[in-house]
Design a protein around this ligand. Structure first.
Ligand code: DC
Length: 226
């Protein structure tokens, strides 16, 4: 496996099941799970709590220079990674709809990407990491040994998200969810810095018609065979 970094990257659009797959793959391999999206969400929350306009570059630079953020292992394999921001556990606070939309906007800003990409590279330097995001195979870890790009039709992603929400007892407008998914896809893939796209050497997996267990099996097989 020569000089390639012992890192698995899993990129793809929102709602494609990357988190479920990444967590399970990390658990099976005994690697650390690195949720890069959680870091963008934490910066979004910090700017929201500080009440600043994210287009105010000097204010954003202040936020970034005083960023005190830690990612701790999730309580269980099906829970989100725990995020500690300025000493406070914000694991749930970063998962609201408002912060999702703000994280998408924040993630298009170059100073934010520069700082977070540096932190992610530092976290992956020792290897044995499963990194999940949008640009982990293209920008953060171009030298990763195993790269995957998960995709699924937007309608199927909207259907899955709606089902998840219904299970939590939330009211659901599936057409609205689909519209948001399409908007986030467009914003994430059309931005100029680190857009969402598959690395040329990534294994492309379309999960429209297959479940998470099958995707996890495909990923583990590819990792073990290379
Ligand atoms: O994966 P997620 O939904 O938690 O990500 C939150 C936002 O951060 C999403 O709009 C895309 C952005 N993001 C990014 O631009 N680059 C990454 N490596 C991870 C997430």
């Amino acid at each position: 496996m020569s000089e390639r970094l012992e890192v698995v990257t899993i990129d793809g659009p929102s709602g494609v099941g990357k988190s479920t797959v990444s967590r399970m793959v990390a658990a099976k391999l005994g690697f650390t799970y690195l949720d890069t999206g959680a870091m963008y969400r934490a910066v979004a929350l910090k700017s929201r709590l500080a009440g600043i306009d994210i287009d105010d570059e000097s204010a954003m630079r202040l936020i970034l220079s005083s960023l005190d953020m830690q990612l701790l292992p999730a309580a269980s394999v099906d829970a989100d990674v725990q995020v500690i921001l300025d000493g406070i556990n914000v694991t749930d606070q970063i998962r609201t709809q408002e912060i999702s939309m703000l994280a998408s906007a924040v993630s298009a800003l170059k100073p934010v990407r520069d700082v977070l990409t540096g932190k992610q590279q530092e976290m992956g330097r020792q290897g044995r990491v499963v990194a999940e995001g949008r640009d982990t195979g293209t920008v953060v870890f171009p030298g990763a040994a195993w790269k995957f790009y998960l995709d699924a039709a937007p309608e199927e992603r909207a259907r899955r998200r709606a089902e998840q929400m219904r299970k939590k007892g939330q009211e659901v407008d599936e057409r609205e969810i689909l519209a948001q998914i399409i908007k986030r896809d467009r914003d994430d893939s059309e931005r100029t810095i680190a857009p969402l796209k598959a690395a040329p050497d990534a294994v492309y997996i379309d999960s429209t018609a297959i479940g998470p267990d099958e995707v996890i099996g495909l990923v583990l097989e590819a990792v073990r065979n290379k």
